[in-house]
Design a protein around this ligand. Structure first.
Ligand code: PBG
Length: 330
């Protein structure tokens, strides 16, 4: 058409890009702070400790946690998820500290509930911070991860968190049947209003490295491939989705996010439930490192990476950039 000198160019897509206002009218996907969940690390110590494995982020004592929650809430962040670094002497092979009503996470929940009542509080359900073997489940003598025995502890962990004030329980352990079992346990304890955000398609990913450094929670032996998904698989995510829907999940997650945009899209097209995605520590760190070297512009690349995750179909994004994004978008 454009080669033909007698026919003018009728379709000019650039007309829809001609000014900021027109581009605003035509934009298909937007990123708002309401889409974001901010992951926060806490520890037993009183003070706060900048994380060398996750530059820009900090491990907080309880006072520091409340201060940080108050700070980000004022920036417009509405939801946070808590990750505890548990002292070595509290870790056991059965991870029982996970269900201690006076443990670090329940104490943090009670303080946040009282001092930041406007925040939606999300908690992680898995044994790795509490397990002396560093696995998300209980490890048998022969190295197998025991599924059903683990689910029993996860149910007690979830009920403990709900009693302490969690709004949303997020099982990240990848044991079979845990969503239904946790739903039953929550309901039996009267927590019908507490939601379950399931890590539906959580991959055995090398991008979790900096997170495990932040919590000292790397597996002592073996890897997580018998419970986390194979990075080559996308159809399998739909099988996990069907199970989680049937078991009563309220939201479903894909993790990591950036390298798995096709999986986010597949879930988005297959379920009416809200889809979440976790931009994990390694994804954050790649952008941070490139920005620190002067190779990439942190703000534009971080915002573009998050917009891409939204465009793929995620409503909810867990990201360590959340406080910065709140400032950038303000
Ligand atoms: C473990 C858990 C992990 C992350 C969140 N929950 C690590 C793992 O599965 O080994 C990773 C988050 C990140 O890398 O930012 N239950």
């Amino acid at each position: 058409m454009s080669d033909d000198p007698r026919r003018p160019l009728r379709s000019r897509p650039r007309r829809n890009r001609k000014s900021p206002a027109v581009r605003d009218l035509c934009r298909e996907t937007t990123l708002t702070v309401g889409n974001l969940v901010y992951p926060v690390f806490l520890h037993e110590a009183d003070g706060d400790e900048p994380l060398s494995s996750l530059p820009g982020r900090t491990r907080y004592g309880l006072d520091g946690l409340v201060r940080e929650a108050t700070r980000v809430s004022a920036l417009g962040i509405r939801s946070i998820v808590l990750f505890p670094a548990v002292p070595e002497d509290q870790k056991t092979s059965d991870g029982r500290e996970a269900a201690n009503p006076d443990g670090l996470v329940p104490r943090a929940l009670r303080r946040l509930r009282a001092e930041c009542p406007e925040l939606t509080l999300i908690t992680d359900v898995a044994l790795d911070p509490y397990n002396s073997d560093g696995h998300d489940g209980i490890v048998a003598d022969d190295g197998r991860i025991l599924n059903d025995e683990t689910v029993e502890v996860l149910c007690r962990q979830a009920v403990t968190q709900a009693r302490a004030g969690a709004d949303i329980i997020a099982p990240s352990d990848m044991m079979d049947g845990r969503v239904g079992a946790i739903r039953d346990a929550l309901d039996a304890d009267g927590h019908h209003e507490v939601s379950i955000l399931s890590y539906t398609a959580k991959y055995a990913s090398a991008f979790y490295g900096p997170f495990r450094g932040a919590l000292d929670s790397a597996p002592k032996s073996g890897d997580k491939k018998t419970y986390q998904m194979d990075p080559g698989n996308a159809r399998e995510a739909l099988r996990e989705l069907a199970l989680d829907e049937a078991e009563g999940a309220d939201m479903v997650m894909v993790k990591p996010a950036g390298p798995y945009l096709d999986v986010i899209r597949a879930l988005r097209e297959s379920t009416p439930l809200p889809v979440a995605a976790y931009q994990v520590s390694g994804e954050y760190l790649m952008i941070k490192a490139a920005a620190a070297s002067g190779w990439l512009d942190e703000r534009s690349v971080a915002l573009e990476s998050l917009l891409g995750i939204r465009r793929a179909g995620a409503e909810v994004i867990f990201t360590y950039f959340a406080p910065e994004v709140a400032e950038w978008l303000a």
